[in-house]
Each structure stands twice: as C-alpha cells, then as structure tokens.
Ligand binder design. Structure first.
Ligand SMILES: *Cc1c(COP(=O)(O)O)cnc(C)c1O
Length: 428
C-alpha cells in the first residue's frame, strides 16, 4: 500500500517508509492512497469473528504485502491482547472502555502495533532508529511500554514539565533501558514543535521517526475499537453515534476511516475541552490554531490538532459534507466535573475526565429513540487520581499495572529549548 503526503510535495511512499519516516519530507502527514471497503458479508457477520480476526481484516489492506500475513497476525496477537468491554451508563448510552492495556490508556494498541512493525522492518539491518515523541500525557507511557526492549529502537519522550499527572510521569520516566525521558520547560505544543524541528534538521544524522498519531502505524490500529464496539452493539439494531474525546484527533479520525471501510456509523462527535480549535472551525469555517490551555483532561490539551487535516481529506475537503456527518463541541473543566458527578450519581460509573467530555458531547448532540450513543473511555480513572478523587466520593483502587511503576524513581533529563534536544540527539 502506498501513502501520499497531505502537503502533496513529497513523493508517494510505502507503508514501511511511512512508518520509518513518520512525517514526509515536506512536513505533511501521510494518508493511504486507496481505501477499499470491507465486504458486506464480513460486516454483517462480525459477531462470528474474534477481536484479533477483526483487527486483521481491518488493517491488512493498509499494510499490504510489506508484512507477511502470518507475521501480521502475530503482531496483532501481541497488540490486541486485552479486553475492550462495552459498559452501559444510561438508557441509550454506553462507554467503550479502552483502558485495560498495560498502561491503561487507549494508546497502548497503537504504540504496541507500531513498535512491532518497526522491529520487523528493522530485523536485518544494524542501523538504529530513534523514535521521538511529544506527549501531552498518555502517549509517553504507552510508547515507553510498547517500545521497551524493542531491538534496534531508541525512544526519546518529550513531555511538558508539571503538566502531566504523577502516574503518567512515572510511567514514562521509570522504565530505563532504551527509553529516555526529556522534561521540557513549556507546554505540549512546544514539545511537538521541538520534535517537528528535529525532523527537519539536517545536522542530525540519526534516523528519526515519530510515534505520535501522525505515524500511520500508531493511527490506523485505532480503527479496531469502532469495529469492536459495533460487534457488541449490533444486536440493538440502532443507529450508532460515536463520541470521541479528542486532542490530536487521531482516534476520531480512525473512526471516520472505519466508516469509510463500511462500518455503519450514523454520526461522529469530536468532544474537546476548552482547546476548541475544531469546534470553532465547524462553527465559523475558519481554522485558527491557538496555543494549548491546561485543563483537567490534559491528554487533550492540544491547540493545533495534527490529524484534523486527515479528517478533512476523508470528507474530500468538503466543509458541508464534513458538517453533515461530524460535529464537535467544547466543554469547560467545571462542566466536566459536574458531569462526572452526574454520571456517578445516576449509574455508579466512575468516568475519568476525558471519557466524561465524550459523554458530554453525546448529551449535547442528543440521542434520538432509534439511536444509541457510545463514548470512548480513553483512560482509566486512576490515571487522573487527583481530579477523580477530588470530584467524586470514591477512592480509586490502584490496579496492578500502576502499582508496578508508582514507587519507581523518576529519571528525566531537562530541556528548555530545541538546542537542548539537539545536543542530546547529536551525542553518541
Ligand atoms: C491521547 C488521549 C486522548 C486524545 O486522543 P487523540 O487521538 O489525540 O484525539 C484522549 N484521552 C486520553 C486519555 C488520551 O490519552
């Protein structure tokens, strides 16, 4: 399968090169040249397939013959290795819990899939690849875990100092081995900008790639979730509306891809915190990226979402078509806390701030009688312990995955500017 750059100034490239490069030379992100809908027979009989079989059907065309089918199945088995329960929260609303993986964030799936692809592509060369990743919270931990011990791959994680939760920080600063954490004096957008600058810096001779959702191997496996939810909810015989708590818009963009593959989805809601670049765009028609603002749903504190350009492409850059199938709403921290309380008192469900923003999006959009709403629960509430325990009358039990890292010692290098990152990458 070939991929083209959405800036249209770099040549087309293979899946393998798109994974290794991350971003095209023209700074555009990659997009698959063809999207072939899956057979109706598969969609109609999805309940007869296991999660791993579904994942294979969904991703295979995007990998093509660059990874043999048997190997791809192995990679999927390592990636889709935990549960994705659908939990009913209201009469006509359920949540799809994506947080049962090793770091309790939905990004575990994409991170592991990408790590395994990169390891495969690197299998018989001695050149090391350096994965550079900027994180607003959960990416760092998921990438650190997914890539830990990957042969021929070094990982450098940039995170904004003081702007990720304690548990998130532990998850990305305590693993050691091939993982280095850089604590950046700035916000997420500064981290992302430093990563982008490094990619263009010709004085850096290391092979760099990115493990943000701009990387196709991180982004595409997220399509699986929407198929898994459909498998569970098909029997309701209702039209499905997905609400995705969104920051960089990779996850929801994967949902729109799933729809392109033939998944029956009525409507998408991209729910954001006060970082409202996309909701404003849909309202006013002008795309105005802004510096990100810190919120209690910090993994979504993104002022210029990298994947939104892919969503526009999926709707043929047709603003009216986009608006017909896709809505986006923004919510404040106060609304989020209020709603966490409401969900808890109505159903006993403890939602984290990100999932709660997703729930708010469904409520704002409205769910009709013949419809059913699903919001993605993108992180376990334990990852936002301070917010959850200061909002709800609960004590969140610490799951084993978190216990493992919580008492480990943080090791991070400090970076206050691009020059610090560069110096680190230039040393041998
Ligand atoms: C990354 C993240 C998001 C946002 O996902 P995008 O694909 O960047 O839109 C939402 N919630 C949590 C918990 C996350 O870690």
């Amino acid at each position: 399968m070939n991929y083209y750059s959405l800036h249209h100034k770099s040549p087309k490239t293979t899946f393998k090169n798109a994974v290794i490069e991350g971003l095209a030379k023209d700074r555009g992100i990659y997009f698959p040249e063809e999207i072939t809908p899956l057979s109706k027979d598969f969609i109609d009989n999805i309940e007869n397939y296991t999660h791993q079989e579904i994942a294979f059907e969904v991703i295979q065309q995007f990998v093509g013959d660059e990874i043999p089918a048997e190997k791809l199945k192995e990679i999927i088995a390592e990636t889709v290795s935990f549960d994705f329960p659908v939990v009913k929260v209201d009469e006509n609303i359920a949540t799809l819990e994506l947080f049962h993986g090793p770091t309790m964030a939905f990004k575990d799936v994409g991170a592991k899939f990408m790590a395994k692809c990169l390891e495969y592509f690197n299998r018989d060369n001695n050149k090391e690849v350096t994965v550079l990743v900027a994180t607003s919270g959960d990416t760092g931990g998921a990438v650190a875990n997914g890539f830990l011990g990957a042969k021929g791959v070094n990982v450098v994680i940039l995170y904004p100092s003081g702007k990720v939760s304690d548990i998130q920080e532990k998850q990305l600063t305590t693993l050691g081995k091939n993982i280095t954490a850089l604590e950046v004096d700035g916000v997420f957008d500064d981290c992302q900008e430093m990563v982008k600058t490094a990619f263009l810096d010709e004085e850096i001779t290391k092979t760099l790639t990115s493990a943000n959702s701009i990387n196709v191997a991180r982004w595409l496996p997220q399509m699986f979730y929407f198929f898994f939810a459909y498998k569970e909810l098909k029997k309701l015989n209702k039209e499905l509306i997905f609400s995705v708590p969104s920051g960089n818009f990779g996850n929801i963009c994967a949902g729109v891809m799933a729809q392109k593959l033939g998944l029956p989805v009525k409507h998408f809601v991209a729910s954001t915190n006060v970082n409202d670049t996309v909701p404003n765009y849909l309202k006013e028609g002008t795309y105005n990226p802004k510096p990100s603002k810190a919120t209690i749903s910090n993994a979504m504190d993104v002022g210029n979402p990298s994947n939104f350009i892919r969503i526009r492409e999926l709707f043929n850059n047709d603003f009216n078509l986009l608006k017909k199938h896709f809505s986006s709403y923004s919510f404040s921290d106060a609304e989020t806390r209020e709603t966490m309380k409401e969900i808890y008192s109505n159903s006993g469900y403890v939602a984290d701030p990100h999932g709660t923003v997703g729930y708010l999006g469904l409520k704002k959009h409205g769910i009709q009688k013949h419809e059913f709403g699903i919001f993605l629960e993108t992180a376990h509430p334990v990852k936002f312990l301070d917010v959850v325990e200061s909002t709800l009358p609960v004590k969140v039990a610490i799951p084993p995955q978190i216990k493992k890292v919580i008492n480990n010692k943080k090791v991070a290098l400090k970076a206050s500017s691009y020059e610090d990152l560069k110096a680190f990458l230039m040393q041998e």
